[in-house]
Design a protein around this ligand. Sequence first.
Ligand code: ADP
Ligand code: GN1
Ligand code: MG
Length: 369
Amino acid sequence: MHDLRAIASLFDMRADFVHAHPYGSGHINDTYCAWYDLSGKRVRFIHQRINHNVFKDPVALMKNVERVTQHALSRLLEANHPEAYRRTLTCIPSVDGSAWAFDADGNCWRTYPFIERARGYDEIESLMQAQEAAKAFGEFQKLTADLGGERLNETIPNFHHTPTRLENLEKAIVAADPDRREAAADLIEFALSRSGDCHKVTDLIESGAVPERVTHNDTKLNNVLLDDVTSEGVCVIDLDTTMPGSVLYDFGDMIRTACPTTREDEVDLRKIDLRTDRLEALLKGYLSSASSFLNQCEIDHLAFSGKLLTLECGMRFLTDFLEGDVYFKIKRPNHNLDRCRSQFALVKAIEKRLPEMEDLVQTIAGRVE
Ligand code: ADP
Ligand code: GN1
Ligand code: MG
């Protein structure tokens, strides 16, 4: 636990720090919810330490976040949105006026107002949630489409370049501790057996059939806050990987996180399946906001993107396990192995359902046009 009172003093809070506690279930950053006293009223903020093991240039990252959030806010204010400050993250400035601040140990921090009366879900509870989350991510892509200015910084190069992820896995297999390699033998075999899928989307991007766009790149269900009462997608969060990418990365990760019958680290593999009613809800929500700018090739690969992103995520968990659990936060030994096993079980479930999923995409896309 960091000294949050000291962190608070780095920002222009205009309220008195009361106390803070670790918050949320993200795998990457250190997130704290901090309570403040503002003229007798309790208000809360999020303080976050950016994981600089994962994000090598936190200032370049924060410059992206600052641009995207300012753009979103100005659009909301132009439209006289009654809840503009709840619909986008906004950066509280540091005492010297930047959107970030470094502590005495060289850690980079940022502060956001806490988005109230809404939350993110690790596990989905209703079809409405899937639909609203997908709509919100589609709107986010629409918003970033007219960002203007320079290309955003690549906060993690080759983040969703699946062939590079496969190469990283192959290197990790060679360098791994023999016990870990042995424990993961069946999963290594599975990953390598699906290597033919890894280059399909990057080939389409290289050929120009799938355009580069500004995308979120981490559209896990818990990275959109849904209204406590209406389930409406209120605010897209976790903008660390918002950078040039493909809509297929965003939709694929929505499938991976919103459609399974179990959570990401389920150990009872018999329970793992993909719910096509949830895919239908995702498609309805996403296409209601994104159909105006998607091309046919993107639409034709939406179902496959679910398989690709699930395979890629499983490969990343496996690589991290082989490298000694240095990237994703883990809560128990073999956690990354369990996560990988569950993701690969989901890949198999998707493979069985792919024809049904493809039909659903064409049906819903046909209805929206
Ligand atoms: P990570 O990269 O580690 O996933 P996130 O930015 O997703 O970090 O934050 C972790 C969790 O903190 C989120 O899943 C969400 O529950 C919560 N959170 C983050 N920002 C806010 C905010 N502004 N208001 C309310 N909750 C937030
Ligand atoms: C991480 O930050 P979080 O927990 O929302 C990861 C994603 C993975 C996800 C798997 C920057 O997301 O890419 O898909 O875990 N984020 C980063 O749960 O690597
Ligand atoms: Mg997150």
